[in-house]
Design a protein around this ligand. Sequence first.
Ligand code: C2E
Ligand code: MG
Ligand code: MG
Ligand code: MG
Length: 285
Amino acid sequence: AAKGEGRNRFHYFTPSMQRYAKHRMRLIQDLRHAIIHQEFELYYQPIICLQHDTCLKAEALIRWRHPKRGLVSPIEFIAVAEETGLIIEIGNWVFQQAARQSALWRDRFGVEVQISINKSPVQFRDEGDSFESWAALLKSLKLTNNNICVEITEGLLLDNSQTISSTLATYRESGIQVSLDDFGTGYSSLAYLKKFEIDYLKIDQSFTRNLDSNGNDFTLCEAIIVMAHKLGMQVIAEGVETEYQRQLLADAGCDFGQGYLFSKPVPAEEFEQAFIIKAKENSEA
Ligand code: C2E
Ligand code: MG
Ligand code: MG
Ligand code: MG
């Protein structure tokens, strides 16, 4: 519609832009509704210790049970939640839910499962507020011994490194660990790794996907693992789908693996059954 109506006239919306704008407005409305009506759920994916084949960690991944659309993936709504600031409320809910779940598993089964949550850079802009209430909840649930891990991405480290660095130090004091997610895909320089207090590097699944003992991706994984260990960090490989990948990573000294080989993300009850109750039975047998 914008074409052929004169050079100096501005038409901001083509039909496809209009459809997109409508879709987006609907999504924002629905997200607001979802926050109020608690339509979110956390799924849990095990993070397996490659040396002992045990599971004491899980990543919490959000799902949205939309009343009409069914289960919606975070890929579809996290970006919009970030742009609108709704991620702050969603992120606080994720944290509270994960903390309560870890306390519940501890109380019910006597097992401490460290739960990792993904924290968007937008949430760090609002820090002051949220951190004190997070720390208070951890204290009241007696979860101050690394029961929670926060996954950040490399982009955050470029943002405002002084503030971020002191925030991450505060985490450590409160017994929260920190993972660098999707490592190798962002823009951060290696110099950042020594500047920040980071406990785990998560090798992005794009490196794990094509692992082959003679390939470049394997060389990169090996180098990342050696470097991380020398800097006092442990390594989690994401996207482990095959036994071959698991074996290569374990041989290269990788500490943990996460991926469909072990399990896809599952609801809490399923995780409990497969990775907590079973593990207890095995250790008692
Ligand atoms: P991520 O943090 O890197 O999470 C890993 C993603 O890889 C998850 O996708 C997981 O289901 C998927 N995955 C795990 N194992 C495999 C595998 O073996 N093969 C393949 N192909 N994929 C695997 P998911 O659950 O769709 O989440 C996508 C992204 O959405 C996450 O990437 C994270 O960036 C974001 N996200 C999820 N939950 C939250 C949340 O609570 N808050 C924020 N801010 N972001 C979240
Ligand atoms: Mg993650
Ligand atoms: Mg990741
Ligand atoms: Mg990812």
